[in-house]
Write a protein that binds this ligand. Structure first.
Ligand code: COA
Length: 315
């Protein structure tokens, strides 16, 4: 398969570090130096499914394709207002497609997991055109009184249209269960039979553990894709990394010994929008003319689980 079109949508509301400093014991200086985030886009009156539909339509337009030409839709999402139906079904109807669809929840590594699933469908000869759409609102998961988490995140939707081709060189996924490092509980409706204690807990994070995992996992995943294909880091044109923390990106850059201009970033004014980070960054690079046909792109993401993955592909 190959990526033939991209699209993305951000919420309108810009929340700066200064705005956060008005109600949190934090500062622009702390957030900027420790994370690289200066502002983030936060959902206010938008609905996530509308943003996902718009991002998908932009990707379809970029690919020159109509929605009824799609054979499958994969939506990556951690939370949204619906418990059911799945978000991909809402997007399917919203864009006017008629194909089957599934949701996956692989946290921030969702885009790369979706590409792996799609690639398997292509290899099995089951699909022609596939839409992958990542739609995330992590700002609805954090406690906005918790300065250790809420400053990191932003919302957004990113989409990519896949068509037949031979552009995926390698995809590597991994999972290592560490459910006490990055997690959230939600309270389900009570029944007359529930006797266990249940609690509603916003996103919890052991920041330094996540940081260490992220650097190790991303470096390893990218190295595995390079090893499998015999490509050197020098031959890769762009390293598109999950936008979680600029210091994580810098550490991976140091490990790969590559110049910073190969690492496009948007964390400064986007924050971490979970699985949407990768397709949004890809779309922004695509639309700004940064990508040339034939460029080699290494993309990597990591998230709660822990899960992680990297993909090496040709543009
Ligand atoms: N403003 C001001 N101070 C803050 C703060 C904030 N927003 N957040 C935390 N602090 C404080 C802490 O309370 C701590 O204070 P203490 O020493 O008095 O206890 C101090 O800053 C240092 O905290 P620490 O957690 O050691 O900072 P850090 O350098 O590890 O940075 C993260 C914290 C969260 C930015 C960093 O660990 C990180 O980015 N981890 C990865 C998170 C991530 O990527 N999550 C998503 C994965 S998909």
């Amino acid at each position: 398969m190959k990526i033939s079109g991209t699209g993305s949508v951000l919420p309108r509301k810009v929340v700066t570090n200064e705005m956060l400093s008005q109600f949190l014991d934090t500062s622009d200086q702390w957030i900027t130096t420790r994370t690289g985030v200066k502002s983030r886009r936060v959902i206010s009156d938008e609905k996530l499914e509308d943003m996902a539909i718009e991002a998908s339509l932009k990707a379809l337009a970029d690919a020159g394709m109509n929605a009824d030409e799609l054979d499958f839709i994969i939506c990556s999402n951690v939370v949204n207002e619906y418990v059911t139906p799945q978000l991909s079904c809402i997007i399917q109807g919203g864009i006017g497609a008629t194909c089957p669809c599934i949701d996956i929840n692989c946290a921030c590594a969702g885009f790369i997991h979706a590409l792996e699933i799609a690639e398997s469908f292509y290899k099995a000869g089951r699909v022609g055109n596939v839409l992958v759409v990542c739609a995330e609102e992590p700002t609805r998961m954090t406690d906005w009184n918790d300065r250790r988490t809420c400053v990191l995140f932003g919302d957004g939707a990113g989409a990519a249209v896949l068509t037949p081709g031979d552009n995926i060189r390698s995809i590597k996924l991994s999972a290592s269960s560490a459910t006490d490092k990055l997690w959230q509980y939600r309270l389900l409706h009570h029944t007359p039979y529930i006797t266990k204690e249940e609690v509603d807990v916003p996103l919890q994070m052991k920041g330094q553990d996540v940081f260490k995992f992220a650097v190790k996992a991303a470096s390893r995943d990218i190295a595995r894709t390079l090893k499998e294909t015999g490509v050197t880091a020098d031959e890769v044109d762009h390293f598109m990394l999950h936008q979680a923390n600029i210091r994580i990106i810098n550490a991976i850059q140091e490990y790969l010994e590559q110049p910073s201009d190969k690492f496009p970033v948007n964390i400064e004014d986007h924050g971490n929008s979970s699985s949407s980070c990768c397709p949004i960054l890809l779309d922004e690079c695509n639309r700004s003319g940064r990508l040339k046909r034939g460029d080699l792109i290494a993309m990597s993401a990591f998230g709660a689980g822990f899960v992680s993955g990297a993909v090496l592909f040709e543009w």
